[in-house]
Design a protein around this ligand. Sequence first.
Ligand code: GLP
Length: 250
Amino acid sequence: MEVIIQPNTDAAVELVSQLIAREVRANPRAILGLATGRTMESVYGRLVQLHRTEGLDFSRCCSFNLDEYVGLRADDKHSYRHYMNRLFFNQVNIDLRNTHLPDGAAADLETECQLYERRIQESGGIDLQLLGIGQTGHIGFNEPLSPWNSRTRVVTLVAETIRQNASLFGGADKMPRHAITMGVATILESKKCVLLATGTAKARIVAQTIEGTATTSIPATALQLHPHCTIVLDEAAAGELSRTRRRSQD
Ligand code: GLP
């Protein structure tokens, strides 16, 4: 794992956006693995800006998002499809037909999960997977004890995740209890991955992820096995790391 600590949130967001931009410039047909959550909102904001001001071209890119809530249709404003369309897809020149999220409203969820996994494989696999981290240590919605050989599947969200995201739904009682998520193995198969974590609330889980023993109790520790994983932090999220880890960006 390469750990890069930036002085503040803006600098961390800038670096992650530039890593994605670099991938897209080097490989206009990049298959991007995308993430949602509050942390990513400014990354998409910056990518939209790079598209508008520097002509960053997504027209031949293809994307696969990590996860989607079960039971929410694409036009539900709480769905991740809605989030992605609003914050990113509708503001850049990516072809919507090349953007993929699991369909949380599919009649047959099991088949939907298998199809999603197959579509990723048929695309040639994810070149760059963007990741956030939940305070449970989840990546995507792979909650603690998710097997490392897990693939796209339906999962039950743990209480802490529901607590963390309830305000986005106007209360825990309105929040779905299940989601479809890429599995840990699906994520580990990405050619490169970039995890962004900012703020003090993430400091403890970030330290466990980077410095702790790899364990299914903290799904993000699986990234220790990834051959090309970059973790970008601001000072606040790096606050509980025991060692100073700095590396300037070339
Ligand atoms: C959700 C997503 C995760 C994301 C997490 C972090 O749970 N399913 O993929 O990493 O949010 O969210 P935030 O950035 O809001 O802390």
